[in-house]
Design a protein around this ligand. Structure first.
Ligand code: AMP
Length: 355
């Protein structure tokens, strides 16, 4: 078991985007230092971290120096190259652990793991070539979605197959990458549970949030989600089961489809999650602090919700609305990204719904 880090210790964060930035702010509030490792220049997390290393994940000297300089390593994205992790884990503990990363890096491994846990997923089959796809469509049917097994996010690396005629084009979209075919889930809405687990096995889950996507990108999260009391309990139990099975340490996002046949797990993210940003203004201890507490071996904090919240992402040109938003009661969280690009997450606002 990890011993708890003293105030003044350093948390290493792989990835310097907005999630790393908000983790660094939370760590600073607890008197911990952060050291961000990020290949890109002008990292949003760099503005608020104690130290930044700008280097590639292939740079062994930079990784070694980073590993030596930190007391624990965490990350803000799941696609960290395996060789970098192999090197880093000889220097400092990595939380969440390798099993969680390996499981979530590959959609086939992830779906297989979830199914073996007894959880419901979309029907799926591995697809490496046209023959596999034909067989998968024959068994799963259409509509279906072909997704790359690795490196997909925000709806990227996905192609819809409305009829078997779409198969060739969908396969071409994968550009030769190993893929997975998923049967289309007929859901009424999407929810997610942000769960946390400490090194002592304590589990704490936030209230499920209801997510609305646009063009594959999260637009809003609303808490409380539309769920019956039993669905709410079920959602939290599903998250807890996943956390325990992975002997997980840290915060995880679990995305669920709500269907007449129950809750179906879409995917898990072994990190703080966009659909948990509402916790910054709806809970005493937000997901970022909860994650830092867990990876630093501190007790988990109180994640109970004290308000209804609507979180809205500010994407691309939504940045132009900031002056108007500043005149409202919305809590504004901007990521300090210099360049506005279409589809780029620039910030978010949390609107606390007053009783
Ligand atoms: P993902 O990258 O897997 O999270 O997918 C992005 C979005 O596509 C999800 O939030 C859903 O809205 C939709 N989607 C993904 N997989 C399925 C599926 N098997 N059935 C229906 N919709 C899906």
């Amino acid at each position: 078991m990890t011993k708890s880090l003293p105030v003044g210790a350093t948390v290493g964060i792989l990835g310097g985007g907005q999630l790393g930035r908000m983790l660094a702010v939370a760590a600073a509030r607890l008197g911990l230092k952060t050291h961000v490792f990020e290949p890109g220049a002008d990292a949003p997390a760099g503005d608020v971290a104690h130290q930044v290393t700008t280097a590639s994940y292939e740079d062994e000297a930079a990784l070694t120096a980073f590993g030596k300089a930190v007391d624990v390593i965490t990350y803000e994205f799941e696609n960290i190259p395996t060789a970098a992790l192999d090197l880093l884990e000889t220097r400092a503990p990595i939380h969440p652990g390798r099993q969680a990363l390996a499981t979530s890096q590959d959609r086939l491994t992830e779906k297989t793991f979830l199914q073996e846990l007894g959880l419901q997923t979309a029907p799926f089959a591995a697809v490496a070539n046209a023959a596999d796809l034909e067989a998968a469509i024959a068994s799963i049917g259409t509509p279906a979605i072909l997704k790359t097994r690795r490196l997909g996010y925000d709806g990227k690396g996905q192609a819809r197959i409305m009829s078997p005629d779409d198969a060739a084009a969908a396969l071409a979209d994968m550009a030769g990458a190993p893929a997975i075919l998923e049967g289309f889930v007929n859901f009424s809405h999407e929810v997610s549970v942000i769960g946390a687990r400490g090194p002592d096995g304590a589990v704490s889950c936030y209230d499920p949030g209801e997510n609305v996507h646009d063009a594959g990108i999260l637009r809003t999260t609303t808490v409380p989600a539309k769920l019956s009391p039993s669905q709410r309990t079920d959602a939290v139990l599903i998250a807890a089961r996943i956390l325990n099975a992975l002997d997980y340490v840290g915060v995880m996002g679990v995305e669920l489809f709500v269907t007449a046949q129950g809750l179906i797990v879409n995917e898990i993210a072994p990190r703080v999650h966009n659909s948990g940003h509402w916790t910054q203004n709806g809970c005493t201890i937000c997901q970022f602090e909860q994650h830092i507490r867990a990876v630093a071996g501190w007790p988990l904090g109180d994640g109970s919700r004290h308000a209804d919240v609507v979180m809205e992402n500010l994407i691309g040109a939504d940045m132009d609305r900031v002056p108007e938003l500043a005149k409202t009661d919305a809590a504004i969280h901007l990521y300090g990204k210099a360049e506005v690009k279409p589809g780029r997450k620039m910030g978010h606002v949390n609107r606390v719904i007053k009783a």
